[in-house]
Design a protein around this ligand. Structure first.
Ligand code: AMP
Length: 114
C-alpha cells in the first residue's frame, strides 16, 4: 500500500496543526479549510476507503466518530451543529486514500451538498 500524506503527518514527517491525538486517532486542521472549523479526523491505522473497512474495523471507526464529536463539542459547536463527511472514491471527491472524516463547523451549510 502506497504511503499517503496522512501517514507522513502521523509520523511527523510533515507538519500539520494537530488538534487531537490518542493511541488510535489523529485530528488536524485541513490545509484548505472550507469552514471556520475544518478538521480531518483519521484512524492511525491506514484504511484506504470506507469500502475497505471490515467488521474488525468497527471499533476503530467508532473511535474516529467519537473523537470528531468530542472535538466539535470542545469547540462549542455541539448545539449549533456541524457536519461530518467521509468521501469515498472519485465521484465523491476523495483525493487522499487514507480514510478520513471531515469535521466542518462554524457556519451554516447547505443541504444537499453540491
Ligand atoms: P478528500 O477530498 O475527502 O480526500 O479530502 C482530503 C483533504 O485533505 C482535503 O480537504 C485537503 O485539503 C486535505 N489535505 C491535503 N493535504 C493536506 C495536508 N498536508 N494537511 C492538511 N490537510 C491536507
Amino acid at each position: 500500500m502506497a504511503e499517503t500524506i496522512f501517514s507522513k503527518i502521523i509520523n511527523r514527517e510533515i507538519p500539520a496543526k494537530i488538534i487531537y491525538e490518542d493511541d488510535f486517532v489523529l485530528a488536524f486542521e485541513d490545509i484548505n479549510a472550507q469552514a471556520p472549523l475544518h478538521a480531518l479526523v483519521i484512524p492511525k491505522r491506514e484504511i484506504p476507503t470506507i469500502n475497505d473497512a471490515s467488521p474488525e474495523d468497527a471499533e476503530l471507526l467508532g473511535k474516529v466518530l467519537l473523537a470528531a464529536a468530542s472535538i466539535a463539542k470542545s469547540q462549542g459547536l455541539a448545539e449549533r451543529g456541524y457536519r461530518l463527511v467521509i468521501n469515498c472514491n472519485s465521484e465523491a471527491g476523495q483525493t487522499v486514500f487514507h480514510l478520513h472524516c471531515h469535521l466542518l463547523g462554524g457556519r451554516t451549510m447547505a443541504w444537499p451538498p453540491g
